[in-house]
Design a binder for this molecule. Sequence first.
Ligand code: 3HC
Ligand code: NAI
Length: 689
Amino acid sequence: MERLGDIAVIEVSNPPVNAVSQPVRAGLFETVAQAAADHQVKAIVICCAGRTFIAGADIREFGKPMLPPSLPEVINRIEATAKPVVIALHGTALGGGLELALGGHYRVALASARFGLPEVTLGLLPGAGGTQRLPRLVPFSGAVDLITSGRQIGAAQALDLGLIDKIAEGDDARSAGLDYAKVLIEESRAPRPTSALPCNPPEPGALDAARTRLAKSARGQIAPQKALDALQGACDLPFAEGLTQERALFLDLMNSDQRGAMIHAFFAERQVGKLDEIKGIAPRVIQSIGVVGGGTMGAGIATSALLSGLSVTLAERDSEAAERAYAAVTGLLKNAVKRSKLSEAKYVQIKAECFKTTKYYADLAPCDLVVEAVFESLDVKKEVFGKLDAVCKPGAILATNTSYLDVNAIAAMTERPRDVIGLHFFSPAHVMKLLEVVVADNTAPEVTATGFALAKTLGKVAVRSGVCDGFIGNRILSQYRKALDGAVIAGASPYDVDRALVAFGLAMGPYAVSDLAGLDIGWATRKRLAPTRDPCEAYAEFADRLCEMGRFGRKTGRGYYLYAEGRPTPDPEVDAIIAAERTAKGVKTRPLSAQEIVDRYMAAMVNEAARVVEDGIARRPLDVDVTLLNGYGFPRWRGGPMYYADRVGLDKILRDITTLAAEDDFLWQPAPLLQRLVADGKTFSSLNT
Ligand code: 3HC
Ligand code: NAI
């Protein structure tokens, strides 16, 4: 604490994000009491050193015994101080940090500051008064939105809502706090405890409506519903009782599996980029991107780069295709304007200054990095890379967005294999978070580091993958799809499978996803791999039958489902095609329970993932978790397949595999790594470093 005249300044300094760890709580508890007792102090300012105001409770302490003082105790002491307490905010005031700010009497923030209660994204609810104080400051609907979505808002919106009192000029929160405190002293302003305010009333039926909405949008998650219970308490109970109830609900969630899973996901996403091979290596500077091919993926990649402030030149086969790509990208940008992700002025500027399409590869010459997104054909890609090598400037990185093909073979078409890498985006590329950075045999570490840096610029999570058919994600997907096709041949319908896995927590069932992506994509891959297919493989043919009938999914109005009026409905014709295959193969069908379907899905996923780790394609089990969570819709509240496998027990997964081998001993060969871990009594997490 520092005393400047009649103002006490308490500055929290706990790099990197000023998390409220036990020492910070103890320090605040003590210094606030000291400042309150100092007769010369007329006002107190609480601010933070470094890049941000407090970003929340220290997540590393979760799951361990909680040491006093608790955060609610600290905040209650701040609020009970008989002198005005000013909270000076900058960076990201999140979770317990924002709750602490709500316990202050006056809040001033820099214009760049952001605010949020992200606890639900960690399987928690605000447990230090956030659910009780926020609806006393902002409209009830605003509190419900912030608390149940975990989203962040900027300073202007925070001011509008009543969350903060003032936006300060400049970039020094501490000075802004001091200036504000001086004014408060001059005006003899009294403390203004938030808890003394009445709770803003909800619109009639608002809580019930929120429950119904969240039951759909946050299906399977406990925390958002519990957060509504706490908010209900803010309406119905005196403040102190509401606070007690909130804390009890928070502690319940702290002990839940979902909290453990979501915090695993949080740390895994930060660990995934920590790789020895790029430690301390400076990435190349990327300002301009080239994209070759402006179809589904090329248009999405270009949009993602433009939205992140990069300039883009997109090359297509001819003028007509270039025009189509231009319209596709500007259409996606226009949608971003509609959804308030981009201002109209910025849209106009991007169109005028940052984006062009061309039919000439030579126009890609000045680009720092070029992503190829042409048809999934090795011959076409090899030709494109030969041309790119000839025109691109020295030092430019050449990347392929291939889903399955051999990045080494593509790199070999150039004189610069060190500069070639796979950057595997997911569809829609301007939305999906995952980027697989596929490192080929000769890729330079600096180029790998640039892949990771680019992901950060694009707001994506990058995972390192080695080269193999399908890399981490699609390789695992291929195996679990075969296992699910096996379930269908054994007696389940594709609709049973989708239902079981949606109930498990997937946003969409795998067969519905295939319809969305287009069944022709998988068909092309199966045809490509047919010559090397082992004759012992039990190959399910019904997907090929559908494709032969032109049933490519949503885009043709029919796939596994029928899409009359856009909505998917099961189709008896598909059941009949499957029944015919079972009869031809002499399969005696049996019903499969939802649990059996889930167990089979998880067993296939975990078994292949263990191979992917053992082969070094994924560096660690956590890389698999991050891949499946961000690219394949695996429910975050289950932590990822490897985390899930550790929780249910690797011995159980291995037993399931052994049982399934009785049905198909080609597909269900246990991975040696899985067998070793079971024999040694170890978990996948023991391999996460
Ligand atoms: N506790 C402990 N460590 C944290 C942390 C936290 N709350 N928040 C971030 N960190 C660590 C990260 O693990 C990372 O560590 P590393 O360098 O060793 O990997 C480091 O801080 C930097 O984090 P990022 O890489 O994420 O840095 P960014 O600048 O990209 O993002 C951030 C900063 C926006 C603050 C982001 O880290 C974030 O969202 N943090 C989590 C915030 C949060 O969820 N707070 C709520 C906690 S729960 C709570 O407060 C309970 C309360 O209601 C009682
Ligand atoms: P697409 O068929 O929608 O688009 C390909 C585009 O490339 C077309 O517009 C075509 O005109 C253009 N093109 C073809 N040859 C070209 C050349 N020589 N020069 C310039 N342009 C050329 O294909 P899509 O779906 O965008 O896929 C592209 C790549 O991305 C493929 O390698 C695919 O495997 C991969 N991918 C696809 C995903 C998806 O969900 N569609 C997901 C992740 C990767």
